[in-house]
Write a protein that binds this ligand. Sequence first.
Ligand SMILES: NC(=O)c1ccc[n+]([C@@H]2O[C@H](COP(=O)([O-])OP(=O)(O)OC[C@H]3O[C@@H](n4cnc5c(N)ncnc54)[C@H](O)[C@@H]3O)[C@@H](O)[C@H]2O)c1
Length: 341
Amino acid sequence: MNKFNQKNLSNQIQNPKSKIQNLRTAVIGVGSLGQHHARNYVEIAGEGKIKFVGVCDSNDENAHLIAEKNNCDYFTDWRELLDKVDAVSIVTPTETHCEIACAFLEKGVNVLVEKPIARTLEEADKMIEAAEKSGAKLMVGHLERFNPAMVALCPHVDNPLYFEIHRVSPFPNRSLDVDVVLDVMIHDLDAIQWLVGENVKVSEIRAVGIPVISDKVDAANARIEFENGAVANITASRIGTEKIRKTRFYQTNSYVVLDYGTKFSSITSLAPNAIHPLLGISVNRLEINDVEPLRAEIEAFIDCIIHDKTPPITAADGRRALSLALGVLEKIEAHRSRLNV
Ligand SMILES: NC(=O)c1ccc[n+]([C@@H]2O[C@H](COP(=O)([O-])OP(=O)(O)OC[C@H]3O[C@@H](n4cnc5c(N)ncnc54)[C@H](O)[C@@H]3O)[C@@H](O)[C@H]2O)c1
């Protein structure tokens, strides 16, 4: 899907006679995020659009709890689902993505895998190869692309030149097995690459990051420069006192504010033919279509299967974001060795 041409995906999957009704789906890993995947699939199935086979979690108690909430079947070993489904969301810890995704892809089952696509580029390549071999779709869950504020903004993106990005959260109880770069900064790394252009190469990365509460990097700042001269300055922290999800960027003739948390986006620009620049400044708050981003993401996944289209977020996109995140981590490590922390 072209970012400048996002459509209302709900409309595309409403034909009751389409083969979509027979699409058998499941969610593997129903922890803090996976339970919301399950809820959305169950809702979509409830509207008669797909079939929902059940949830799977290696934690029996969790699998049972989420199945009960959604009134569906549950499994504790994903292998039991290999021959029962046509499409799955994989929402397990990152270190399990490659093994589980490859097994389903090799069977021809379409996969929506959570971000980051995998732990390493080698694992991502294995997944890409498995999808190419079987022809199954492989989509990566970079959810912010479906945030209504981002969707509203997309038609107005015009040569972004300089980004200031802050993504800050209070210390979480989850995802402490990964650092803040792979956990959350990767959302912004994906977004800047997408907004600047998938094919615009990164020319320089500088980064600093430190462990504060956990033994992994808890706070980091990266400066990414692209070969077209665009620069992004990104701060990601999970030891803040408040939640901030703000991106500001300057493009050829305007200043853009995007707040994923409050689903707000605006464009400040100069009215044409203003007598004086200060008299002609206008702020345009964009109207949003307030759908749940995860629902939009899952519908886009289903839509690409049914209409045999390229997923809106491809495995190559997921690999690119991972590669950028690993590049940031490499620079952080080099800097940390000088700091001796
Ligand atoms: N897109 C986003 O905004 C976003 C947000 C949060 C998490 N994530 C990603 O989602 C994934 C899960 O994160 P989470 O925070 O929900 O983690 P979590 O620990 O809360 O949940 C993971 C679940 O997977 C289960 N599990 C582990 N190994 C399994 C296996 N082999 N088979 C079946 N179930 C297994 C666990 O029991 C647990 O219930 C991670 O890759 C994370 O990076 C993405």
